[in-house]
Design a protein around this ligand. Structure first.
Ligand SMILES: [Zn+2]
Ligand SMILES: [Zn+2]
Length: 335
């Protein structure tokens, strides 16, 4: 770099907005300096290509330090705007996940579309400078509490996943990089019942989560448990029967009529996910009694469940064997 001389500040140095993602700030910084995000990435890394990198996950410390020197914004503030702030909380930090639980990538993942960046069109429409929020990256956040609408996770025009570093930014709009549709013009569907979303958001701030009927469990384990329960109602051979057992009425069940059975829970749209996560979370009540009762009523035997590699029961058993939790007697109740 400058051999001892301080890095000159760039002319455009926008401050991160409240709750803004790192990549959204990076994009605004690029445009405010007359560059595209890909060009700014090349400048900041001495010529590296950005390709489709998910900078909210993969920006390296050296890049943050370089950006900090050129903008005067602390590298720690920039790091806190990345999804990796949840390492050790939503997922075990030492595990090398290809896909982070509850934090799918933006753009593509294993060659499939990945809808990791959601947005509320009404929030964007109200923003003096529209920007992406970090909270919209959490896969269990499916609705905007402020506007009581479901989030959107794809372009309203062409259905492409949102990629903040490719999204075209005008003075007041964000537009799809493929078809030019305005994101804030996306239809906003009304949402209700924020209980499960609020419960999971609260859990992101707790080291241990009290599982009623079971006791406290470590935060990453809680989120893995909820993900496994979601997988059970989302796809696989037990999903339809479990949905029927967990629904509280025929009307309740009818909401699921148009929600397909899918093995990959990361392909559901926000409204579908909203309903499925709430349904899965019902099995957390009086853990594991309601879970066992639901499985039994749905004709899913303990033996069948244990054969699935992502069984919720296996997860908690492993934790017990690791000595991290002493089970109470209810844990061992037979199916
Ligand atoms: Zn909103
Ligand atoms: Zn589009």
């Amino acid at each position: 770099m400058n051999a001892g001389r301080p890095t000159p500040l760039w002319p455009g140095r926008p401050r991160p907005l409240p709750g803004e993602t790192f990549s959204s700030w990076f994009s605004r910084t690029a445009w405010s300096n007359g560059l595209t995000p890909a060009e700014l990435y090349g400048v900041a890394t001495s010529g590296a290509q950005i390709h489709s990198r998910d900078l909210d996950r993969l920006a390296e410390r050296s890049l943050l330090i370089r950006l900090s020197a050129a903008t005067g914004i602390s590298a720690d503030i920039l790091a806190d705007a990345m999804v990796t702030r949840w390492a050790g909380h939503l997922y075990d930090a030492e595990e090398r996940h290809i896909r982070l639980p509850w934090l799918p990538s933006v753009g593509t993942e294993r060659t499939r579309p990945s809808f990791g960046q959601q947005f509320c069109p009404l929030c964007l429409a109200e923003d003096p400078v529209p920007y992406f929020r970090l909270g919209w990256r959490l896969y269990f956040v499916t609705a905007c509490r402020r506007h009581r609408v479901h989030l959107c996770d794809r372009c309203p025009g062409c259905g492409e996943p949102i990629q903040p570093l490719k999204t075209i930014r005008t003075r007041t709009d964000l537009e799809c990089h493929k078809c030019g549709s305005k994101l804030m013009a996306a239809p906003a569907a009304p949402a209700e019942d924020f209980f499960t979303q609020a419960r999971l958001l609260t859990a992101t701030g707790q080291d241990e989560i009290d599982l009623p009927g079971y006791g406290p469990i470590r935060q990453p384990l809680f989120f893995e448990l909820v993900l496994r329960l979601l997988r059970l109602v989302a796809g696989g051979s037990f999903a339809r029967a479990l949905r029927a057992q967990l629904a509280e009425s025929a009307d309740d069940l009818s909401q699921f009529a148009d929600i397909p059975i899918r093995a990959d829970p990361y392909q559901f749209e926000p409204r579908q996910r909203h309903l499925l996560i709430a349904l899965a979370a019902r099995m957390l009540d009086d853990w594991p009694l309601r879970f066992h009762a639901t499985c039994k009523a749905a004709d899913v035997s303990r033996w069948q469940l244990e054969r699935t590699s992502r069984s919720p029961m296996t997860l908690l058993k492993k934790d017990c064997h690791d000595g991290k939790h002493q089970p109470n007697i209810a844990m061992i109740s037979p199916n």
